[in-house]
Design a protein around this ligand. Sequence first.
Ligand SMILES: Cc1ncc(COP(=O)(O)O)c(C=O)c1O
Length: 398
Amino acid sequence: MKKYDFDTVKPRYGVGSGKWNEVEKELGRDEKIVPFSVADMEFQIAPEIRDGLCDFIQNTILGYSNPTEKYKDSVKMWQKSMHEWEIDTDWILPSHGVVDAFFSAVKCYTKENEGVILLTPVYYPMYEAIENNNRKIISSELKIVNNRYEIDYADFERKCKDKNNTMFILCSPHNPSGRIWRSEELKKLGDICNQNNVIVISDEIHNDLIMPGHKHTSYATLGKEYENNSVILTSASKSFNIAGLQTSNVIIANKDLRDKFFKYIKTTTSNPKCNIIGYKGTEIAYNEGKEWLDECINIIYKNYQLIKKFMNENYPEIEIFDLESTYLMWMDFSKLGFNYKELEEMNKKEAKLFFDEGYVFGKEGECFERWNLATPTYTIEDALKRFKKVYDNNLKNK
Ligand SMILES: Cc1ncc(COP(=O)(O)O)c(C=O)c1O
C-alpha cells in the first residue's frame, strides 16, 4: 500500500526553478504543463525530511557549522548498507554539489591543456568542467548495440595511453541513458586507467535510484587498487529531491589524493564548508528516507513502463533505452525522419512538451529526447495525449 504522496504537483513558478521558468517564458504561468527536463523531481520531499528540517530550524541557531559527526555517520551507514562500501569518517569531504566537486577535481588533479576522458554522450556539465578550465575534452564515443550503450575499450585504451590524458570522469550510473556499468566493465576501464596513471573521478550521484532487477557497483568496491586511484562523488540530492540544499559527499580513500584535494579547496575558497541545513537534510534522508525512496522508485518504473508501452504500440520507430537506473528515460527519435531542430520545435511549441533535447549531451545525442519520469503518473498520461496529437499530425504531413 502507498504510504506517501506522489500525486501532488506544486507548480514552481517564482521560486527560481529553471525548468519552470522555461515553461513560463514559452506559455505564461500555465499550471497544467509540467516540465520533464532538468533532473529534479516534481514529487514532494519525504515527510520525514520536511518535518525533520522544520523541527531542526525551530530548535537550532543557524550559526557557523562544521560537518557534523551525525552527517558523516549517515554517509558511512548509507554507503555500507546500500553499496557495500565500508568507508572511514576521514575519507568524507562535503562539497557544494557534485558538479562543484568535479570542477574542483579537474583543477586539482590536472594541468592546463591536459586531456580529460569522457564516455560520450554524457551529462553536459562534465564538458564544461574540462573546457572552461582550459583542459581538453577527450571523447571516447559509446556505441549503440541493441538499444544499449557499449564501451569501445580499444579506443578508450588508446586515449589512456596518451601521456597527455591524465583523468577519466566516469558517470556511473550513466546520465543520460540510465545505463548501469557492470562490475566487469568497470574493472576493464579501471585496469586501463591504473596501468596508465589516469585518475578516475566517479560521479555516482544516481547510484540509489536502481530499477527492479538491477544492481549498481560502486567503483571503489572493485578492489583496493581501484579505490586508491579514485575519487567517488555521491549525494542524497538526486535520490531524495533535495538538490537545493547543495550538499554532496566527496569520498577519497587515498590519503595523498585526499590531502591534495583538501589543500586545493582551502587555497581556492575561504570557506570550504557547506551549510548546516544541507548536513541535516542529508542525515535525515539517509537515516529515515529508505521507505520513501523505495516507493518513489516504483512510481518511476511504472511511468517508464507506461511510456514504453505507448511508444511501442504507436511509434515503434522510436527506440527506447532500457531504464536500468535513475529517472531519466532516453529515447532515440532519429528513425522518424525529423531533424533535431524540428523535434524541439514540435515538442516545445506544438505539444508543450519540455524534455531535455538530446543534443545538449553531445553531438551523439542529436535526435534523442530525455524524459524526466519523476512526476505524478497523470502528468505523463496528459503529456502522451499531446504527444500523439502533434506527432500523428506531423507524420501525416511529412
Ligand atoms: C551525473 C550528474 N552529476 C551531477 C549532477 C548534479 O549534481 P549537483 O546538483 O550535486 O551539483 C547531476 C544532475 O542531474 C547529474 O546527472
